[in-house]
Design a binder for this molecule. Structure first.
Ligand SMILES: C[S@@+](CC[C@H](N)C(=O)[O-])C[C@H]1O[C@@H](n2cnc3c(N)ncnc32)[C@H](O)[C@@H]1O
Length: 266
């Protein structure tokens, strides 16, 4: 491209009325999309559902309410368990919260109709054991919802290292080919496979400016030498990791994919 062409196009692209067709690309799908995939399974009321790596437990409540399910929610991280227990008690739903990790699921074999593993495989140090465990705890004919992000070729080595150091991300779990092999080796058969890419991050950006906020706060952290001391080293590290994760999603360095997998009926 010539220098003339660069400056003919570049500033116009940044103007509010430039490149507006990009604003009209199909609206990004939001978090409801994942529930729609589960709706299609037609779970019977009272189904046993495992929310694996439940975090603060918001989805465990939705699963209990939307499908009249009996939900067991597990997570190894104490602050997450405290929040999940608090919200389950306050909502008075059929949700039981317990400590446990996804690499060694502390639950009986063949006891669930659905395992919900949303946005957490990234922390698994052993994706093979995690997927094998999901298969083990499912009843024959049961389903696994696997919604997770993978590294793309755009993610540079030092960016992956940053995610590992600041966000406890495990590189094995971001490796799409490795996870594919683990899914197959565990014995799952595919039911549905949808590439969401950056759509969730776009959705949250459009909804409340999450991506711009992450980017702006990274910039402010960089030029505020006192921030680490004022906010606390641990808090700043966690924030940097998360802000980068969101920005990497928007830049296509991380790409989300949602799969519904089935343990064969026989
Ligand atoms: C990004 S949050 C997602 C939480 C929830 N599934 C959601 O979609 O909102 C990732 C969760 O994985 C949990 N986690 C981290 N390491 C884990 C492990 N080894 N086994 C199970 N959960 C783990 C964290 O505590 C955190 O709650």
């Amino acid at each position: 491209m010539s220098l003339d062409d660069l400056y003919r196009h570049a500033w116009a692209a940044l103007a509010p009325d430039g490149f507006t067709e990009l604003d009209d690309v199909a609206p990004p799908r939001g978090p409801d999309r994942i529930f729609e995939l589960i709706d299609a399974l037609g779970l019977a009321p009272g189904a046993d559902v495992l929310d694996l790596a439940c975090g603060p437990g918001e989805q465990a409540l939705v699963l209990a309410e939307r499908y009249a399910a009996r939900v067991i929610a597990i997570d190894p991280v104490v602050p997450q368990l405290v929040m999940a227990r608090g919200s389950a008690t306050a909502a008075d739903r059929c949700v039981c919260v317990a400590a446990g990790s996804m690499e060694a699921i502390p639950l009986a074999s063949e006891s669930f109709t659905l395992v919900w593993l949303r946005d957490a495989l990234l922390h698994s140090s052993d994706p093979e054991a995690t997927l094998h465990g999901c298969f083990r705890v499912l009843r024959p004919g049961g389903h696994l919802l696997l919604h997770t992000a993978y590294a793309t070729d755009l993610l540079a080595a030092h960016e992956l290292e940053l995610l590992e150091t600041e966000m406890h991300v495990q590189r094995a779990a971001l490796d799409a080919k490795r996870v594919d092999r683990a899914v197959t080796a565990a014995g799952f058969e595919p039911v549905h496979d949808e590439a969401l890419g950056s759509e969730l991050a776009e959705h949250y950006e459009q909804q409340d400016g999450l991506g711009s906020r992450a980017l702006l706060r990274l910039a402010r952290l960089n030029r505020s030498p006192g921030a680490r001391a004022r906010l606390g080293e641990e808090r700043v590290r966690a924030a940097r990791g998360l802000y980068h994760w969101v920005v990497f999603e928007l830049l296509g360095k991380l790409s989300y994919r949602t799969r519904v997998l089935r343990r064969p009926a026989t």
